[in-house]
Write a new protein. Structure first.
Length: 305
């Protein structure tokens, strides 16, 4: 697959058109070859722009690139949840995978809790693949690829990026590096926690209302950052109305990059720009104009925790 072919595919996708089933098969195979070489704690150089949940809101993803800068002029780290909820999961995840294949050292894509077979069969991606391709093959290509996505990223050994949060089974980054990530997201355990846990106002570890992962307190995040010589945990996973939200005495920041989530929550989205000295700034943005022919489709079950 040449750079010229990839550029043509990216342009096709940006115009709102889909790739063929065969093109997606080739693209996911190539991406898997890249991802299998990446670490469970993938090193990410700065400058880089860190992004939260996208959730199939394709036209808002294009707005994100308009606000944050186009690749390869801007480097990006996405912290998972590319699919489900929105109406354009196929287009969103295909574009991000194509950009990863085209610019593997400039685009980093981590795994979210929605990058799993079980969740995508409930919250929209599976049904969307069937509707748009009349076959589950494209869903299979992508969900097989999801098993290879890194679990976390580490920007210049200081900013720890992941989808969900911490785990009582993980004390240091080497615990994550030694995990076997190439599998469906388990229902419990350390890998599950990284993708499902949330920061909480209560101290210590507490049961999560999500039914997976844990709620962890400021004492937990402070101790983890100190032990691993980190300055910040950057994560996604939770809707925040301003697009970003500090917690735990600025030991943790939540970034959410899907504006007006589910086309009805009224939230802003945000991305975090890190310069070459790790200075940070947040860019907030609102939803892009809806394209002609945009329409609501069958609603999927709700959870907004």
């Amino acid at each position: 697959m040449t750079a010229k072919e990839l550029d043509a595919q990216i342009e096709t996708l940006k115009n709102g058109d889909k790739l063929s089933e065969d093109e997606i098969k080739s693209l996911t195979e190539k991406c898997r070859e890249i991802l299998v070489k990446e670490s469970n704690v993938q090193d990410v150089p700065c400058p880089v722009t860190v992004c939260g949940d996208v959730h199939g809101q394709f036209y808002d993803l294009l707005e994100l690139f308009r606000i944050g800068g186009n690749i390869p002029n801007t480097n990006y780290l996405f912290m998972g949840d590319y699919v489900d909820r929105g109406y354009y999961s196929v287009e969103s995840v295909t574009l991000l995978v194509a950009m990863k294949v085209r610019y593997p050292s400039r685009v980093f894509i981590l795994r979210g809790n929605h990058e799993s077979r079980q969740i995508t069969q409930v919250y929209g991606f599976y049904d969307e693949c069937l509707r748009k391709y009349s076959s589950p093959a494209v869903w299979t290509y992508f969900t097989d690829l999801f098993d290879y996505l890194p679990l976390t990223g580490l920007v210049e050994n200081q900013i720890f990026c992941l989808h969900g949060g911490l785990s009582p089974n993980i004390e240091n980054l080497d615990d994550i590096r030694s995990m076997d990530r190439i599998q469906e997201v388990p229902h419990e355990g350390a890998m599950c926690d990284l993708l499902w846990s949330d920061p909480d106002d209560r101290m210590g570890w507490n049961v999560s209302a999500r039914g997976a992962g844990y709620n962890f307190g400021q004492d937990i995040s402070e101790a983890f950052n100190k032990k691993n010589s980190l300055t910040l945990i950057s994560r996604a996973h939770q809707l925040v109305m301003e697009g970003y939200n500090w917690s735990h005495g600025r030991n943790v920041v939540t970034i959410f990059s899907a504006p007006n989530y589910c086309y009805r929550c009224g939230n802003q989205a945000a991305i975090m720009e890190l310069d070459d000295k790790l200075n940070y700034s947040f860019l907030q943005f609102d939803p892009s104009p809806r394209p002609e022919g945009f329409h609501k489709q069958t609603r999927t079950p709700d959870y907004f925790l």
